[in-house]
Write a protein that binds this ligand. Structure first.
Ligand code: ADP
Ligand code: MG
Length: 622
């Protein structure tokens, strides 16, 4: 709630700054020097704000982002010379060139996770420089390209550039704000926080990262075209300088990576410091030193950046009470409803499968970790419409089997079929799009996101319409609120997910997976660590969803709960099922009693039931 209230305040401050910046040259038209300092600040802010899309939102640090400025400059410069037009007209083509380059590079590099990307971005920047030096016929090599001077009066030379860069900056910030407000933006943050989990909720991580990288290049490339005209000279060393990239990173980190205005604020500050260093400190050598030093200081003392630090300080000073309660019934509980736009997961699916048909078929799947066989030639079927339990001792391979089914891990051998299709070679998000959802034994919510954003994040399909649907307002957000109401946590929608209790997090993760409209939900120890009052709600929700046509496969150690809720029950031991049947039969099966349930569940003489139910409730140990 605090966040929601803080947002308009930030927009208001930004609007006031914008008005002041718009008026500045009007009030003070005869001073080209401060105008030049400020327009360079806008240019840096355009770059930092764009960089923020891939590095701040998605968490993929690019150390070669000034390459796109150089590409834009060269594209506009070369086209202006060849076509005899003003570079400003072709500046947007510079933006397009930058996007094409980003998508091509990204398509190769962003298929992997992690650090390879950082290294490649530096390599690409240097490669671009070498290319510019050696493609003499195109770029005139080291001599560089000289452009005509601006056609307007020299007395006002900087003013048109001032406004051009300011307009580009406003467009960049608006674009960035819009991206962040869509499901695409939520998906990017999901990738930053937990890429594996993002994939399991239907985020096509590869595509998201490539699109984000492309999107982060456009305004820099366009600004590059304008910058070429401002300088009237471009050369390889100046256009593809590593210092330019470092400045972008420094600006965004100082202001607040991942926030909307942080990179802009950081850019203004870094630009002023840089200017001061050049004027008073004696040129670019001292600037390199200064930037290095500043970067160390920022990382050490302001790891989250100025804006988030100030925001956190403000929030501590002005706390907002949120009604936390774990009491069942104290929070509003909405009845389970299925979404209108997607076909309800009814008893008869699109494949014509009726209730009772096999929905999930695990055929002889194995997974080894070194010498340990965690899943050993496992065969398991889950029928449509059932709540199937998977029980067994800790370490028997239940979670590993879930990972193989959801695609978090690849099986060594065997086949997995879901809804009549073989899925074991599919990417996790493809499986999610087919209607396969899962929760985790240790919840994997995106802790820095709000509860509502967590629930908005999943993507039930890969259509661009779904990808760019609004995530903050509109039907997706409304649906998320609805799902939170279903699990009884609607009031916590605006809270940071990491601030919730363990049991609440489990319920939010359930609401999150429901956003996929799944046909089958794999629940990994949903009751583990959940307080008893929330437990009642959990079983209620599972029952209602099941009545609505959702199939469940549940790993759980709470045996009374399993026997009450599930049918059939599959018992796992040493990576393979050893028994399967209705709960009544399973709890008397001598094999199961020996392998898992133990003596507490052995029927006493003359008594059909277990001696003590409570004692048999096993603690979930990871
Ligand atoms: P369960 O969920 O039934 O308690 P798990 O599937 O978590 O069991 O684990 C089965 C076995 O596989 C355990 O011995 C565990 O230590 C091992 N294991 C699970 N995941 C990994 C992994 N990523 N790397 C190595 N060993 C693992
Ligand atoms: Mg487990």
């Amino acid at each position: 709630m605090n966040r929601l209230r803080a947002v308009p305040r930030a927009h208001l401050a930004a609007g006031l700054c914008l008005v002041a910046l718009l008026l500045y040259p009007v009030v003070n038209p005869w001073q080209p020097y401060p105008q030049a300092v400020m327009l360079l600040g806008f240019l840096l802010a355009i770059q930092a704000s764009s960089w923020n899309i891939i590095a701040g939102y998605a968490g993929y640090i690019s150390l070669g982002h000034s390459m796109f400025l150089g590409l834009g400059s060269y594209t506009a410069g070369i086209l202006a010379l060849r076509w005899g037009v003003n570079p400003l007209w072709v500046a947007p083509i510079g933006g397009v060139t930058a996007v094409v380059a980003a998508v091509l590079i990204g398509s190769v590099v962003l298929r992997t996770r992690g650090h390879a990307f950082v290294i490649i971005t530096i390599a690409m920047l240097l490669a671009a420089q070498i290319l510019a030096i050696n493609s003499k016929s195109l770029t005139q090599g080291s001599d560089g390209i000289t452009l005509d001077l601006p056609f307007w009066d020299r007395d006002f030379q900087n003013i048109p550039f001032y406004y051009l860069f300011l307009v580009l900056l406003v467009l960049t910030v608006l674009f960035s704000a819009w991206l962040r407000s869509t499901k695409f933006g939520t998906g990017l943050v999901a990738i930053r926080e937990d890429e594996g989990k993002a994939a399991s909720i239907g985020v096509n991580t590869t595509r998201f990262k490539i699109v984000a990288y492309g999107a982060s290049a456009f305004f820099i490339g366009t600004a590059g075209g304008v910058y070429a005209y401002y300088l009237t000279f471009i050369n390889p060393v100046g256009s593809f300088a590593i210092l330019g990239s470092v400045t972008i990173v420094l600006a965004a980190l100082a202001g607040g990576r991942g926030t909307l205005y942080g990179p802009v604020l950081g850019a203004f500050i870094v630009n002023l410091v840089s200017e001061a260093a050049t004027v008073y400190g004696g040129g670019s050598q001292s600037r390199v030193l200064l930037f290095g030093f500043a970067l160390v200081l920022v990382v050490l003392f302001l790891p989250r950046g100025i804006l988030p630090t100030v925001e956190a300080w403000w929030r501590r000073r002005h706390p907002v009470d949120v009604e936390y309660t774990d009491q069942a019934g104290a929070l509003a509980r909405a009845p389970v409803t299925t979404r209108e736009r997607a076909p309800a997961p009814a008893a008869t699916g699109p494949e014509g499968a009726a209730e009772g048909e096999i929905l999930l078929d695990v055929r002889g799947v194995s997974k080894r970790f070194g010498g340990l066989t965690a899943v050993d030639d496992a065969r398991l079927t889950v029928r449509r419409g059932t709540i199937t339990a998977l029980i067994g001792p800790n370490g028997s391979g239940k979670t590993t089997l879930f990972n193989l089914i959801s695609g978090g891990m690849a099986a060594d051998s065997g086949e997995i079929w879901f809804g009549g299709r073989r899925i074991d070679a599919m990417r996790p998000w493809e499986r999610a799009h087919l209607g396969l959802g899962r929760t985790y034994q240790v919840t994997r919510l995106f802790k820095e996101m709000t509860v509502q954003e967590n629930v908005v994040a999943p993507l039930p399909d890969s259509r661009p319409r779904t990808m760019f649907a609004g995530g903050v307002h509109g039907h997706e957000a409304a649906r998320a609120r609805e799902l939170l109401d279903i699990v009884g946590l609607g009031r916590l929608a605006g809270e940071r997910a990491g601030a919730l209790s363990y049991g609440q997090q489990k319920l939010v993760e359930l609401a999150q997976v429901l956003m996929l409209e799944p046909k089958l939900i794999l629940l990994d120890e949903p009751a583990g660590g959940v307080n008893p009052s929330l437990l009642g709600r959990l079983t209620e929700v599972i029952r209602e969803l099941n009545d609505d046509g959702v199939t469940f496969l549940i790993v759980e150690h709470n045996i009374p709960l399993v026997l009450d809720l599930c049918d059939p029950v599959v018992v796992f031991s040493h990576g393979t099922p050893i028994a399967e049947g209705p709960p009544g039969r399973i709890r008397e099966d001598p094999l199961v009693l020996d392998a898992y349930l133990g003596d507490d569940w052995r029927p006493a003489a003359g008594d059909g039931g277990p001696r003590t139910q409570g004692a048999a409730t096993r603690e979930a140990v990871q």
